[in-house]
Design a protein around this ligand. Structure first.
Ligand code: PMP
Length: 435
């Protein structure tokens, strides 16, 4: 198909809800390591990584070798039969899980991973009530839309009984108008108030992303999750860490994002970066929670030989190459370079994140903090023209999400920052010209 045929077929034959980035959507045809190429042969430095999924670099040789070997050997038999790839992956995950004796359930997406986590929390506690956070994103099924705290991502009628929302730890726009650390983490106490006023008082659990991904890499202060997890447990619930974006070393040094807050969750969910682009969902839970899911439940494709072989190869690659360490080291370099851009461009109101999960929030001015949504779109377009791919997020679509593969170098960061700087120059010049 030609580029135009691809665009036409996408427009005519896909649900209109399948939206694309950019005024003129970018047709990608091949990728290697940190680069992707469009249909006209132009290369782009990919600093969004297929939405935080390309953890080991595009078309990673070791991961692809594992995939090819598995496709040639045993492709699908369903989970009615034990297979080595699934068993080996479950064994590996048990060895790096937040606690001893953890068990895994595999599906095909982050959405299904969260569905399974909520099911397990409900089976284990006998309660159906769940606390979620405002600005969260947990997936696209009815339940997962119901858990998500952003109107843009809830297709009506998505309301689900038994889910209530607490304020999030959004320090840049504190929902209580306070400033850290004098706030005494007021937002964490909101979880208690919500449980006491909007539930029966005995809950199934709480689901939260360590860093809210789609919400714009909103990063809570370091005390937050231990206070919240205690409150949840005092009310009979389990704490679910949605690690769809934050696991596998993305946040630097640790396998799981939540480890940075010194909290041991009861359940973790993941997907995205686990298999470098092969569809996989993971729900891992401490054994008593896993054992409470008693009746028949099956995912035909979940835990299939090919995605689980890929996932094991990804984890081994991350471990052997110390990519969690690289995410910390190169991530802190990237952070420093983004802070320099903040000095230069008043449009940047906040820089936040951890490891190779960094964001910049754009505002019309730093006092009113009015979201610079239009300018963010312009920046996306300019960045594309300058050969870099970045992501967008935030309730107002005014946050740039930066999440390259975990095996990039400082040189890639320098190349990226130069292109981003030029993109800011370009839109700053356009803003002055039109003022
Ligand atoms: N949880 C989080 C934190 C996510 O970011 C996402 C996807 N953006 C999901 C769940 C849903 O994952 P999937 O799209 O694989 O269903």
């Amino acid at each position: 198909m030609t580029k135009d045929e691809i665009l036409l077929a996408s427009q005519e034959c896909l649900f209109p809800s399948v939206f694309h980035y950019y005024r003129k959507p970018l047709v990608l045809v091949r990728a290697k390591d940190q680069y992707v190429w469009d249909a006209d042969g132009h290369p782009y430095l990919d600093f969004f990584g297929g939405i935080l999924t390309i953890s080991a670099g595009h078309c990673n040789e070791r991961v692809n070798r594992a995939i090819h070997d598995q496709v040639e050997t045993l492709q699908h038999v369903s989970t009615l039969f034990p297979t080595e790839p699934q068993a080996a992956l479950a064994r590996k995950i048990a060895s790096i899980a937040p606690g001893p004796g953890w068990k895994s359930f595999f599906t095909c997406s982050g959405t299904e991973a969260n569905e399974t986590a909520i099911l397990a929390a409900r089976c284990y506690t006998g309660s159906s009530e769940i606390i979620a956070l405002r600005h969260s994103y947990h997936g696209r099924s009815s339940l997962a839309m119901g858990l998500s705290g952003q109107a843009n991502w809830k297709i009506a009628p998505a309301a689900q009984p038994g889910i209530v929302f607490a304020h999030n730890a959004y320090c840049y726009r504190c929902p209580f108008g306070l400033t850290y650390p004098n706030c005494e983490i007021r937002c964490a106490q909101d979880v208690k108030e919500v449980i006491r006023t909007a539930t029966t008082g005995q809950i199934a659990g709480m689901i939260a992303e360590p860093i809210q991904g789609v919400g714009g890499f909103i990063t809570p202060p370091r005390e937050y999750f231990s206070i919240v997890a205690d409150i949840v447990r005092q009310h009979g619930g389990v704490f679910i860490s949605d690690e769809v974006q934050t696991a596998w070393g993305r946040t630097g040094r640790k396998w799981w994002g939540i480890e940075h807050w010194d909290v041991t969750p009861d359940i973790v969910t993941s997907a995205k970066g686990l298999a470098n682009g092969m569809p996989i969902g993971l729900t891992a839970a401490r054994s008593e929670v896993a054992e409470s899911v008693r009746k028949l439940t099956i995912s035909t494709f979940g835990g299939g030989p090919v995605p689980t072989a890929a996932a094991k190869a990804v984890i081994d690659f991350i471990e052997q190459e110390n990519l969690a360490g690289n995410a910390a080291e190169v991530g802190s370099y990237l952070r420093g370079r983004l802070e320099e851009l903040k000095e230069k461009y008043p449009l940047i109101g906040d820089v936040r994140g951890m490891g190779l999960m960094q964001a910049i929030e754009l505002v019309q001015d730093r006092v009113t903090k009015v979201p610079a949504t239009m300018e963010t779109l312009q920046l996306m377009e300019a960045a594309r023209e300058n050969g870099i791919l970045i992501g967008r997020g935030g309730l107002d679509g005014n946050v740039i999400r930066i999440s390259p593969p975990l095996n990039i170098s400082r040189r890639d960061v320098d190349q990226f920052i130069q292109a981003l700087d030029e993109s800011f120059e370009k839109i700053a010049a356009a803003c002055t010209a039109s003022a």
